[in-house]
Design a protein around this ligand. Structure first.
Ligand SMILES: [Zn+2]
Ligand SMILES: [Zn+2]
Length: 115
């Protein structure tokens, strides 16, 4: 299990995942997961993106935290709560459709996007 240092209180390993949405693979990653993280020690909540690729010579993964506005974290948390199967990348609900969009090159749109 990976852990993050909280960007607010700087305490290492204090963040944990409270919500996550598994998304379908795209042209770059085999696993994509959108996560809401919260700090055990302070009020911080944020968004993180986990991606894993099993293509090529070696496995690779990225786990990026993003600073997003509290209102956006709230919205994303609410959205994930609407999904009947957040742990399944094959779910075809509206939430999955919104956050799992790919562009004309087959790349996950939300990767570089913002709210
Ligand atoms: Zn903190
Ligand atoms: Zn869904």
């Amino acid at each position: 299990m990976m852990s993050f240092t909280c960007p607010d209180c700087q305490r290492p390993d204090s963040l944990h995942i409270t919500h996550k949405l598994e998304l379908p693979p795209d042209g770059r990653s085999d696993e994509i997961s959108l996560q809401i993280v919260a700090c055990d020690d302070c009020e911080f909540r944020g968004m993180a993106v986990y991606e894993e690729s099993r293509r090529g010579a070696s496995d690779s993964w990225h786990h990026d935290g993003r600073m997003v506005a509290a209102a956006d974290v709230e919205r994303l948390t609410n959205d994930i709560s609407q999904c009947p199967q957040p742990g399944s990348s094959r779910c075809d609900c509206e939430v999955h459709e919104t956050y799992g969009k790919t562009n004309e090159y087959g790349r996950w749109v939300f990767r570089y996007g913002s709210f």
